[in-house]
Design a binder for this molecule. Structure first.
Ligand code: ATP
Ligand code: ZN
Ligand code: ZN
Length: 739
C-alpha cells in the first residue's frame, strides 16, 4: 500500500499541516511528488484539491482510517508541481523539514504586513551618556538611566526591543529626544527606485572575438542531447556580462524565461539600470530588502508571464516561470549563494537540479571560481570556457606585495607601508582615485605575532585558533584548547596579540597623512541607514572623493574607471579566519580587489600589505594566476580531506541549556561514530561553533567527513531518525549542513 502526504493550500503560511491519504492502487505507478490530486476533506468530505508533498509505504494512522484520494487532476505538470518536487529534493538533500523546504521555494503570502523598523540612537558620546545615566539614577529616573546604559552597549537600539525588554514607554523616551540626547530613526523598506519607461533603451554591444568564441562553445554545448552546466572562467573586466546578455537575448527570443542570480551586494542602481536599459520592462529585479509581500507580487508577475527575466539574489532562483530556459549565476564563488537557514542549500546545486528537472541551461561565471565549480569543470562534469584577457586587451594591474615585517624592522609603525603611501601620493597628484580595503571577513579574534606574522593554529585542523573571553585559545573544528601565550611560539617575540586596526583608524591615518585628500568610508557602520550604500558608491563614481576606504564590500564587482590604485591594508586578516576555506577566500578577495584597478583607459596598480608574502594565496593573487592557486589549494584539501576533495556534513545544534546541549551532542557524536564505523567515517567534535554563544543560546557542531556523499546522506537520515525518537533532543534546534 502506498500513502501520500498532501497539503491542501499552498498559499497558506502553515505549510507543515499535511494529511495522509491512500494512493489508489491503479494510480501508484503514475503518482509523483508535486502533483495535484482531488481529496475528500473534512467532516463533510467536501472535495478539495491538494498537493502531494511526500510518498511512503508507512501509514501514520491505522490503515483503515486513511481515506484514499480520488484522482490526479493535472494532465500537464504545472509550475507549482515542479517547484514542490524541487522542495522535496531539497528536503532530502539538505535534511530540512518539508515545511521549511516549501517555504523556501514557494512564495507564501504573508498575513501581517511587514512593519517599518524603528530605532533609538544615541546623539552624545558614551562617556557623557554614562555620566548622565549616573545622575539620572541618583535623581530616581531609573528608566531613562536604563535606556542610556543600554544605548552605551548598543548605539542603535531596536525600538520594539527597547520598549518590550527594557520596559520603555514613549514617556521615557520623549524627554530624551527633546533634550537632543537621542533620536528616533525609521528604516523604511528599501526599494530600487526604477520607474517603468524612465530608462532609455540601449542596444547590446557587439562581442569581441574572444567573447564570441565563448558564446559559440556554449551554443555548441546546448545542441547536445544532455547539455552540461557551463562555467565561464573570465579574468576581471573581460566582459562576462556581455556574454550573459547575448545568451539572455537568445533564450528570451525563443519564448523562454531567464533567471539571473547576482550577489546582493552588486544589486546596485547601476546594475539594475543596465538590465532595464537592455531589456526594458521584460525585467524585474528582486532584492532581499523587498518585503515578502512585494516579493510575492513580483513572483506573480513572473507566473502571469508579464516578465521574462528575473534578476536577484539567491531567492530569485525560485521564480515561478513556466518555461524556464536559462539560469545564470554571476560571481558564482560568492558565499551569499549558500543559505544560512534550513534548508541550508547552495544556489549552484539547486540551480543545476531545477534546470535538469525543467530542461533549462545553467551558466556560471567568475574570475575566481569556487573550488567546487572548478573541480567539476576540470573533471568534465561542467563545460569550462575561458576569457583570458580584459576587454580591449587592457593590462591587468601591476601588483606589489609588501612585507609588513620588513616595515616594522625599518621602523615604520604606520598602517601605510612606504610603498602604499608613495602610490597614494602619486594618485592624488594625478587626480586619479584609490581604494583601500581591510578584509575583515570571517575575522574572529585570532592571535598572531607582529614580528613574524604567525597566527596560532590548531595542531589537528590547521585553522587559526580563536581567543575566548576566558583567555583560552580554542579550535572551532575539533574543540582543541590551549592557554593564552605570552610569547610567539615561532620566534619568541613578546609582541603577540589580536589585530586591532579598523576602517575608522585607516580613515584617520589618511586624514593625518594627506590632509587635503577627500576620503569616503564604507563599512557596516556607515551603510546601516537606508540608501547610504548607494550614496557612497555614486558619490565615489562621480569622483567626489579621492580615496574610498572600506571593508570587503567595496571591492566586489564595481566598475569605477578612474580607480588606478587598490591597496589591501592587511591581507592576512582573512587568511587567519577559523575556516578551512580561508586561503580560497583570501585569494578570491585579493584577486577581485586587484581587478577593480585600471579598468578604464589608464593602467592600474595594486599594493598588497601582508605578513605572509610567501603564502600561495597571496602570491597567486598577485600574479592573477588562478590555476596555480587551484593546484596548491586542491592539494591542501586532498591532504586534509576537506571539500571538494571529500564530502563534509556538519550537524549544528543550538540550545539555551548548555548542559543539555553538550549531553545531546555527545550522544549524537557517539551515535554517528557507531553507525559510521563500518564506513571508516571521520567524526570531528563536538566542539563549540565559531560563535559559541549568541543571545544566550549555545551552539555546538559535529563535522563528518567522507569520500562518498551517499555515505553522509545515509548517516544523515539515520541521525534524523535518532533525533526524532529521543526526547532529549526536543529542546535543541538541530540543522544539517552540507559542504
Ligand atoms: N564587447 C564589448 N563591447 C563594449 N564594451 C565592453 C565589451 N566587453 C566588455 N566591455 C566593457 O569592459 C568592462 C568590463 O566588462 P564587464 O564588467 O562585463 O566584465 P566582467 O568580466 O563582468 O568583470 P568582473 O568580473 O571584474 O566584474 C565594462 O566596462 C564593459 O562595458
Ligand atoms: Zn613570531
Ligand atoms: Zn582542531
Amino acid at each position: 500500500m502506498m500513502y501520500a502526504d498532501i497539503i491542501v493550500d499552498i498559499s497558506h503560511e502553515k505549510l507543515d499541516r499535511s494529511f495522509q491519504y491512500r494512493v489508489p492502487q491503479e494510480l501508484e505507478s503514475q503518482i509523483h511528488i508535486g502533483m495535484v490530486v482531488s481529496i475528500p476533506f473534512g467532516n463533510g468530505n467536501h472535495e478539495r484539491r491538494g498537493y502531494v508533498i511526500g510518498l511512503s509505504r508507512e501509514p501514520k494512522l491505522a490503515p483503515v482510517k486513511i481515506k484514499p484520494f480520488k484522482e490526479i487532476c493535472s494532465s500537464e505538470e504545472t509550475t507549482e508541481e515542479k517547484l514542490i518536487a524541487l522542495a522535496a529534493w531539497m528536503k532530502e538533500r539538505y535534511g530540512s523539514t518539508m515545511a521549511q523546504a516549501l517555504k523556501t521555494v514557494l512564495p507564501v503570502r504573508e498575513k501581517v504586513k511587514s512593519k517599518e523598523k524603528r530605532y533609538v540612537l544615541l546623539n552624545i558620546d558614551r562617556e557623557e551618556a554614562l555620566a548622565l545615566a549616573q545622575n539620572l539614577e541618583k535623581g530616581r529616573c531609573k528608566a531613562r538611566a536604563r535606556l542610556l546604559r543600554a544605548l552605551c552597549e548598543e548605539p542603535k537600539l531596536d525600538y520594539t526591543r527597547a520598549s518590550k525588554e527594557l520596559g520603555m514607554t514613549a514617556a521615557v523616551i520623549a524627554p530624551l529626544v527633546e533634550q537632543g540626547l537621542v533620536h528616533i530613526q525609521q528604516d523604511e523598506i528599501y526599494r530600487i527606485p526604477i520607474e517603468e519607461g524612465s530608462i532609455p533603451r540601449e542596444k547590446l554591444s557587439s562581442l569581441t572575438e574572444a567573447q564570441q568564441e565563448v558564446l559559440c562553445q556554449i551554443q555548441e554545448e546546448w545542441q547536445k542531447e544532455t547539455p552540461r552546466p557551463v562555467l565561464i572562467h573570465g579574468v576581471t573586466g573581460s566582459g562576462k556580462t556581455q556574454v550573459y546578455m547575448k545568451l539572455i537575448e537568445q533564450v528570451v527570443a525563443q519564448g523562454k524565461q531567464v533567471i539571473v542570480l547576482i550577489p546582493e551586494i552588486s544589486l546596485t542602481y547601476q546594475t539594475v539600470r543596465r538590465f532595464y536599459g537592455w531589456f526594458g520592462d521584460k525585467v524585474s529585479v528582486l532584492n532581499s530588502r523587498l518585503s515578502m509581500g512585494e516579493r510575492y507580487d513580483q513572483f506573480r508577475r513572473a507566473k502571469r508571464g508579464e516578465i521574462q527575466i528575473m534578476v536577484g539574489p539567491r531567492s530569485a532562483l525560485f521564480t515561478p516561470f513556466s518555461n524556464l530556459g536559462l539560469i545564470i549565476i554571476d560571481e558564482e564563488h560568492e558565499q551569499t549563494y549558500k543559505s544560512e537557514n534550513s534548508p541550508r542549500y547552495h544556489a549552484r546545486e539547486v540551480a543545476v537540479q531545477r534546470a535538469a528537472q525543467e530542461g533549462a541551461h545553467v551558466v556560471l561565471g567568475s574570475a575566481t571560481p569556487s573550488l567546487e565549480a572548478y573541480s567539476r569543470a576540470v573533471s568534465g562534469e561542467y563545460l569550462l570556457t575561458k576569457l583570458t584577457a580584459r576587454f580591449e586587451d587592457r593590462p591587468l594591474p601591476e601588483v606589489s606585495v609588501v612585507d609588513l615585517r620588513e616595515e616594522l624592522k625599518a621602523g615604520n609603525r604606520s598602517i601605510l607601508s612606504r610603498k602604499l603611501k608613495g602610490s597614494l601620493e602619486k594618485r592624488l597628484r594625478n587626480n586619479e582615485q584609490s581604494i583601500l580595503f581591510l578584509n575583515r571577513r570571517g575575522y574572529a579574534g585570532f592571535v598572531s605575532c607582529r614580528s613574524c606574522g604567525e597566527a596560532l593554529k590548531c595542531p589537528h585542523c590547521d585553522v587559526a585558533l580563536t581567543e575566548h573571553n576566558n583567555g583560552k585559545l580554542v579550535c572551532h573544528y575539533c574543540g582543541y584548547e590551549r592557554p593564552r601565550v605570552e610569547q610567539c611560539p615561532s620566534c619568541g617575540s613578546p609582541y603577540i596579540g589580536g589585530f586591532k586596526a579598523g576602517t575608522q583608524q585607516i580613515e584617520q591615518v589618511l586624514h593625518k597623512t594627506f590632509p587635503k585628500a577627500r576620503v569616503l568610508r564604507m563599512d557596516y557602520d556607515t551603510t546601516r541607514n537606508k540608501g547610504s550604500y548607494e550614496q557612497i558608491l555614486s558619490s565615489f563614481a562621480a569622483h567626489e572623493a579621492d580615496i574610498l576606504v572600506g571593508t570587503q564590500m567595496i571591492v566586489k564587482g564595481h566598475d569605477f574607471p578612474d580607480v588606478t590604485l587598490v591597496g589591501a591594508v592587511a591581507a592576512d586578516l582573512s587568511l587567519n579566519a577559523a575556516d578551512y576555506r580561508c586561503a580560497e577566500r583570501t585569494f578570491q578577495l585579493l584577486t577581485q580587489a586587484v581587478g577593480r584597478s585600471g579598468r578604464g583607459n589608464k593602467p592600474g596598480e595594486a599594493v598588497i600589505q601582508t605578513y605572509h608574502p610567501e603564502h600561495y594565496s597571496i602570491q597567486t593573487a598577485a600574479t592573477q594566476d588562478y590555476e596555480a592557486f587551484y593546484r596548491e589549494e586542491m592539494s591542501y584539501r586532498l591532504l586534509m580531506d576537506y571539500p571538494p576533495a571529500a564530502h563534509m556534513l556538519s550537524i549544528l545544534a543550538a540550545g539555551e541549556d548548555e548542559e543539555l546541549l553538550s549531553q545531546g551532542m555527545d550522544y549524537l557524536g557517539r551515535f554517528v561514530e557507531r553507525i559510521g564505523e563500518k564506513y571508516h567515517l571521520h567524526v570531528i567534535g563536538p566542539a563549540y561553533a565559531s560563535v559559541g554563544k549568541i543571545n544566550d543560546v549555545y551552539h555546538k557542531v559535529i563535522y563528518l567527513k567522507h569520500q562518498e556523499e551517499r555515505v553522509l546522506m545515509d548517516i544523515k537520515d539515520k541521525a534524523e531518525k535518532y533525533i526524532e525518537v529521543n526526547s532529549g533532543f526536543r529542546k535543541l534546534y538541530i540543522q544539517f549542513d552540507y559542504s
